[in-house]
Design a protein around this ligand. Sequence first.
Ligand SMILES: NC(=O)C1=CN([C@@H]2O[C@H](COP(=O)(O)OP(=O)(O)OC[C@H]3O[C@@H](n4cnc5c(N)ncnc54)[C@H](O)[C@@H]3O)[C@@H](O)[C@H]2O)C=CC1
Ligand SMILES: O=C(O)[C@@H]1CCC=N1
Length: 227
Amino acid sequence: MRNLPKECDVLVVAVKPQQIEDVLPDLGVALHGSTRRPVVLSVVAGVATKRIEQFLPSVVPVVRAMPNTPMTVGAAVTAIARGGAATERDLRLVESVLESVGEVLRVPEDQLDAVTAVSGSGPAYVFLVAEMMIDAAMKLGLDRATADRLVTGTLAGSSAMLGDADPVQLRAAVTSPAGTTAAALEVFEQSDIRQTFRGALTAARDRSLELSGIVRPPLAPASADQH
Ligand SMILES: NC(=O)C1=CN([C@@H]2O[C@H](COP(=O)(O)OP(=O)(O)OC[C@H]3O[C@@H](n4cnc5c(N)ncnc54)[C@H](O)[C@@H]3O)[C@@H](O)[C@H]2O)C=CC1
Ligand SMILES: O=C(O)[C@@H]1CCC=N1
């Protein structure tokens, strides 16, 4: 930890929210003892830049990001927000790192809890849809391998069509009057699926807000020679 600031331009904090107090005090000490000022990039859900800054020298730039797991296939969408000491140059540096694995958007920090609910947790909602479609396909008599290929191909193809297109228009184009899609969509609407989605995303947003309250105040400032 002590040598990290000398070796890195960007230091990524990627522990669980409950673990940041195990990491940030030592990082603060290492940065106090260093003349080099790497950007601290936190991907930790629900922990505000102000909280992170409390552990670090005031000149250290902090940028908070909410990426998502499609990063592993170069298709992330990540939102970033800057802390008090971060400059335009720091933001560009972070963007250049994150753009190597997907798209990057800048948002005000107070929107990151909503972002977490939408795109941070979002892949799980899509995977749940895949799981439920595969299950329903098998109930209709398709074998597992066929169901997997049909569902995976349908989700991938539909995502590729979305691009900048309007999902409402895309859905309308699939839905023939009194046809099969209309029959399925009627069942979805009757089950109040829209309200379910609003409730789910609100729960995720609220959990992110709640997590921001779990972090205890930092320890008294420590000088480098105490460690
Ligand atoms: N999983 C996801 O889709 C996303 C996760 N995040 C955030 O990323 C963070 C990490 O999440 P995951 O990767 O899912 O968790 P994880 O549990 O897989 O990774 C946490 C890592 O922190 C390490 N760690 C724990 N204590 C440490 C310490 N004292 N010093 C050094 N390393 C330590 C662990 O060894 C582990 O590798 C969380 O804050 C989460 O909110 C953000 C966006 C998406
Ligand atoms: O579930 C979580 O807390 C993390 C944050 C976004 C995705 N996974």
